[in-house]
Design a protein around this ligand. Structure first.
Ligand SMILES: CSC[C@H]1O[C@@H](n2cnc3c(O)ncnc32)[C@H](O)[C@@H]1O
Ligand SMILES: [Zn+2]
Length: 442
């Protein structure tokens, strides 16, 4: 018998790649942080002696979900300003609150809250864009959470940096250099948006991203208003300006993209850029709809993100998958515009590829890291089971997530977080809300 560290046998194993198969009664064997075998459960019992063995007889085992766009620490602003369009929400509520409260402690506590929520819902990797990214990175690394941390850049000063040069310098020093070679933390550039970052820093980011081969994660074409204002100011649409600055390429991770002409879709496809679809944030802020089916038909890698909890108002990728699938059908007028398996792929492998992690995570394959999630389908809401993938997208919810592993380490077991104290996190969040909501003294 061979020894492995972890053996997970499940009723259904859904690898996502190399093709859309569902393996019944299979097991995944893990040594160290990697998957070393995928085989029928009956054979696994003969072949492997495991330090830890989970038998999950009514569960689906899937790759950990990848939240390809969020602002983790904004969890502390969940519900602070609802039912507003993007610019009113940002300029009249979010930016003033950030200017008053965001610092290292806010980002630490908000990120812990966000990671607890994400792990409970089966998200094992997130792509972040927020102030004090070195704090987000440290919290994620300490908890063994996989994260792509945005080296943020905006033209305006904040508590974190005075100007674009300082944003870039701190990002490289405190995120990229500080986590180089470290397993679970990777760095990406995160200029906020074409309307908040001018040409010179965007050009510097392009050079650095090329040199360091890092993704460039940016909000773009989020609303029609953004595009119209940009045309008035720059004489071209935001995507055209990014292209003129050389940013449109395989490293670009374009978030939102609710406003797209046919020639822009062709351009994104030709350049090999990825798009992150955030359907619930786009709906809640009435920003528009990303034409997902047309992007997929053009061969573009489309991932899924929640955006921050202040505009969503949760970090639930199950909800995003279902909304994306339903919305795509409504927008395209075709019931097969985004089938269940394609939605699951967006929340896993497409996210991993957008973040430059496609060789490491996003599917259950031998050699990849063991970022795995088990979903209990033995619940009233998911009976009977004809097709587990259908239930994952259309019927189950994050409540059904029972287990999560990152690089072979258990983060959620039988619905319980292994490293985080939920009560302490909630007490902390309530204390922040009390401070933020208290009337200001003159
Ligand atoms: C520079 S840190 C990130 C910055 O982005 C803000 N933000 C959060 N959600 C959105 C969104 O949907 N569009 C544009 N900007 C957003 C966040 O509040 C931070 O200021
Ligand atoms: Zn965002």
């Amino acid at each position: 018998m061979e020894t492995v560290d972890l053996l997970i046998s499940a009723r259904w194993v859904i690898p996502v790649e190399p093709d859309a198969v569902v393996l019944e009664h299979h097991a995944v064997a893990v040594r160290g942080r990697r998957i070393v075998d995928i085989l029928p459960a009956s054979e696994a019992a003969q072949k492997y002696r495991a330090a830890e063995h989970h038998e999950l007889p009514e569960h689906a085992l899937i790759p950990g979900l990848v939240n390809a766009h969020t602002h983790a620490a904004m969890s502390l602003m969940r519900g602070i300003a609802d039912d507003l369009p993007l610019m009113t929400w940002l300029q009249s509520h979010i930016w003033p609150t950030e200017a008053r409260w965001v610092g290292t402690e806010f980002v630490r506590d908000g990120t812990r809250l966000a990671i607890a929520e994400m792990l409970r819902g089966g998200t094992t990797c997130f792509n972040d864009m927020y102030f004090f990214p070195e704090v987000t990175a440290r919290v994620a690394a300490t908890l063994g959470m996989r994260a792509s941390i945005g080296m943020i850049v905006v033209d305006f000063p904040s508590a974190w940096a005075r100007d674009a040069d300082e944003y870039i310098a701190r990002g490289i020093d405190e995120v990229f250099d500080a986590h180089k070679g470290e397993g679970l933390i990777s760095a990406c550039f995160a200029p906020h948006a074409p309307y908040t970052v001018s040409d010179a820093p965007l050009a510097r980011i392009r050079n650095l991203a090329d040199e360091l081969d890092r993704p460039v994660h940016i909000h773009v074409h989020e609303t029609r208003h953004e595009v119209d204002e940009h045309v008035a100011k720059h004489g071209m649409r935001p995507l055209a300006r990014l292209d003129s600055l050389g940013l449109l390429g395989p490293n670009l991770v374009a978030v939102h993209m609710t406003q797209l002409e046919d020639d822009e879709i062709a351009l994104l496809a030709a350049r090999g850029a990825s798009v992150v679809h955030c359907p619930q944030s786009n709906l809640k802020l009435a920003s528009g709809f990303c034409p997902v089916a047309r992007l997929l038909d053009a061969g573009i890698n489309v991932a899924l993100g929640t955006d921050g909890a202040a505009s969503n108002n949760d970090l639930d990728l199950w909800d995003e998958m279902r909304t994306a699938a339903l919305l795509a059908k409504g927008v395209a007028g075709r019931a097969d515009a985004l089938p269940a398996h394609a939605a699951l792929r967006m929340a896993t492998l497409a996210g991993a590829r957008a973040l430059g992690l496609g060789e490491e995570i996003g599917s259950i394959e031998v050699g990849k890291a063991a970022d795995l999630v088990a979903v209990d389908l033995a619940r009233i809401e998911t009976q009977p089971v004809y097709d587990p993938v259908s239930h994952l997208v259309y019927a189950a919810g994050r409540e059904a997530v029972s287990h999560a592993w990152i690089a072979g380490q258990a983060k959620l077991v039988d619905g319980e977080l292994t490293q985080l104290d939920g009560r302490e996190i909630m007490t902390n969040a309530a204390a922040w809300a009390a401070r933020i909501a208290a009337p200001e003294r003159a």
